[in-house]
Design a protein around this ligand. Sequence first.
Ligand code: TXA
Ligand code: MG
Length: 328
Amino acid sequence: MARILKASGADSPVLREAAAILSSGGLVAFPTETVYGLGADGLNAEAVAKIYAAKGRPATNPVILHVEGIASAKVLVSQWPEAAQRLAERFWPGPLTLVLPASGLVPAIVRAQGPNVALRCPSHRLALALIRAVGRPLAAPSANRSQHLSPTRPEHVASSLGEAVDLILDGGPTEAGLESTILDLCGERPRVLRPGPVAPADIEAVIGSIDIWEGAVKMGDMQSAPGMAERHYAPRARLELVEPGRGCVSSGSRLAYVAFGALPALPEGVRGISLPLDAEAVGARLYALLHDLDDAGFERILVERPPDGETWMAVRDRLRRASAKESA
Ligand code: TXA
Ligand code: MG
């Protein structure tokens, strides 16, 4: 198992060791405010290649570069539009990722050979301290095997990636619990590629009307953004979305039923779980709950269709992907 170490602050020996590992081309998992990331020096193509190997990630899926602020983002892009400036001023550090045309500094492997790069400035103090200590942008996808659930606790990273990671920085459970909102600023109109903690309405309040990529809200064409494979964020157990309030007829000790709000009557033996009618609170708990059900050996998880409305968009997106069939 990889070492899991707590870092007390920016000048702690553990943080210095983590920075040294990254500077010499190794992998360190670290907490962000969304999920744990699997970090490598984002300007070192060989180090980034280790991320792909550790995750079993297809080379067609690009990775996000994590920066300490606007100045370090600007050198990684060939254009920094007014919208990027305004959004970064408003939401960084925080869970908003911006896709922009890449500068010559960004290795091709980071971009999956495409012309654009995804950038975000995380707000977690350990993530920021680590980026500063390394003095370079950190490439970091979620610290899990490809297509599996993202980690919200250090133990999740250890059980998913094992020896493939040199060190796991322990920052406790993550706060938001769902991955960042991704906004593509390369097209004619800004477009959400992945819904997340920053809601479309919050973005529109800063830059005016935006589009939401179809694939992000309903089934359909999943190929228009790199790496947006339909099945994703999935537990080992089979997850099925069901109509709210109907309950279930099957029973068995390896069956869990998740409701938003009150639980319907359930057959004996079915584990019922009631989540609050609060999208943010559900986002914070969702992955940890699915990890726990996996660890407890549940084979099927029935989840009621989450409520409508924009605040629930990220939760709906992740549950829909978690319930998608394995692609051939
Ligand atoms: O909250 C987060 O964003 C977390 C933490 C660790 O920062 N990271 C994360 O990374 O979720 P990952 O790799 O698991 O998901 C990033 C998504 C991928 O689906 C990828 O396709 C998309 O971002 N992406 C990365 N670079 C892109 C690019 N140049 N153009 C379009 N999409 C991109
Ligand atoms: Mg991921």
